[in-house]
Design a protein around this ligand. Structure first.
Ligand code: NAD
Ligand code: MG
Length: 391
């Protein structure tokens, strides 16, 4: 029986992970849950169903409401950022599934690594912010960082049994998002609803917008650089609208190994939880004859500036990826609140990167400080731009 701590239990990845747990009741149990606390009823349902020993919610008032919904004996309830860190670090567990969204995952994920806990990583923003520090901490503690992101799970599987020195490059596939075929001139006028209509994957709102701007792929370039320790230039992106080939690895002799499958996050989640073995999974089978055609295209760097901004931040290093990520988080939230237009997302990120002081990051506290400064700066630009109210 593998014990799981699930950070981000109420999210898209969190709930899919819990479905996997339910499909394999003999294999997995849930010892701790963490979430923001915006849906206390849902958290209470999850507690009744999975009976964890501890629950942490960022929102402390939500902890009080949760306590009222749960009769004793109930799990240990913790609140605030410290509560999240505490469940990630202190609850005895076999694997921590890091599936909070955004920078909120940085301290809990790092605390789990420093405590020597195996990580199944979905929360790519933390690696973007602190890739060097996190991978160094993981190496020092011999902590496996197992990818949950479908592309990185694919690369991970394509690397198994091969010599790293033989890798020429990795090819991350991108669906191209809902605006792949929309002319650039129209992108300034797309709505939140248009951007949330992802063609192949069903995910949380933030990553769905990131997929529409292609920032998701930009973040994934940085994620791949750190997870697999490749040079930035070795990580390339190819658009593949069907999202069947989840990514590929090209070797020095010209052989290209790909991992394919249906678009179901249950597959990479299960692999991260059972690695290095596999389980017979219900459902999801790839029928290539039904799919019929697989196509591949060059990404349009002019239409999707986020891809280039992410690569530039990776190459610059230091504080630049933290600035990139923080500016993106604020800009995406402002777009979702209808305070800025779609093409203002890359514009705000570019402006934030121009202000980047190129600091070195010695600790995750440094990352958090730059993250906070950037958020304040970009929020001010959004306020000035939108007069503080939705458009
Ligand atoms: P989501 O928005 O559906 O869920 C996010 C979870 O984090 C929720 O449990 C929420 O309560 C919690 N949360 C949000 N803000 C928080 C805060 N400030 N403090 C504490 N908790 C907070 O997101 P998701 O789609 O499940 O994505 C989670 C992570 O996984 C992201 O980093 C995303 O990029 C990555 N990812 C998601 C998918 C997918 O299919 N959804 C695929 C690959 C990678
Ligand atoms: Mg992905």
């Amino acid at each position: 029986m593998k014990r799981l701590t699930l950070l981000g239990a109420t999210g898209s990845i969190g709930r899919r992970t819990l479905e996997v747990v339910s499909s394999f009741p003999e294999d997995f149990s849930v010892v701790a849950l963490a979430a923001r606390g915006s849906d206390v009823e849902l958290v209470a349902d999850l507690v009744r169903k999975y009976a964890p020993d501890a629950v942490a919610l960022l929102d402390r008032t939500a902890v009080d409401r949760l306590a009222m919904l749960l009769p004793r004996p109930r799990p240990e309830l913790l609140g605030g950022p410290d509560g999240l860190v505490s469940v990630a670090r202190d609850v005895d567990t076999d694997i921590v599934v890091s599936a909070l969204v955004g920078a909120a995952g940085l301290f809990p994920t790092m605390a789990a690594i420093e405590r020597g806990r195996t990580i199944a990583l979905a929360n790519k923003e933390t690696l973007v912010m602190a890739g060097a520090l996190m991978t160094a901490a993981a190496r020092a503690r011999r902590v496996p960082l197992l990818p949950v992101d479908s592309e990185h799970s694919a690369v991970f599987q394509c690397l198994e049994g091969h010599d790293r020195a033989d890798v020429q490059r990795i090819l991350l596939t991108a669906s191209g998002g809902p605006f792949r075929d929309v002319p650039r001139a129209q992108l300034a006028h797309v709505t939140v609803e248009d951007a949330l209509r992802h063609p192949t994957w069903k995910m949380g709102a933030k990553i769905t917008i990131d997929s529409a701007t292609l920032m998701n792929k930009g973040l994934e370039i940085i994620e791949a650089r750190w997870l697999f320790d490749f040079q930035p230039a070795q990580v390339q992106v190819i658009v593949h609208p069907q999202s069947i080939v989840h990514s590929m690895v090209e070797y020095i002799d010209g052989a290209v190994i790909a991992q394919l499958g249906v678009t179901d996050m249950g597959v990479p989640i299960l692999y991260a939880l059972t690695y290095p073995s596999r389980r017979p999974a219900p459902g999801a089978r790839l029928d290539l004859v039904r799919v019929g055609t697989l196509t591949f295209l060059e990404p349009d760097a002019e239409k999707f500036p986020c891809l280039g901004l992410a690569r530039a931040a990776l190459e610059r290093g230091g504080s630049a990826p933290v600035v990139l990520n923080a500016a993106n988080e604020v800009a995406v939230a402002a777009f979702l609140d209808r305070r800025i237009g779609f093409m203002e997302i890359p514009a705000l990120i570019e402006r934030a990167l121009e202000k980047d002081g190129g600091q070195d990051l010695r600790s995750i506290e440094d990352c958090a400080a730059i993250d906070g400064d950037t958020r304040r700066r970009v929020a001010q630009w959004v306020d000035a731009r939108s007069g503080g109210s939705p458009r």
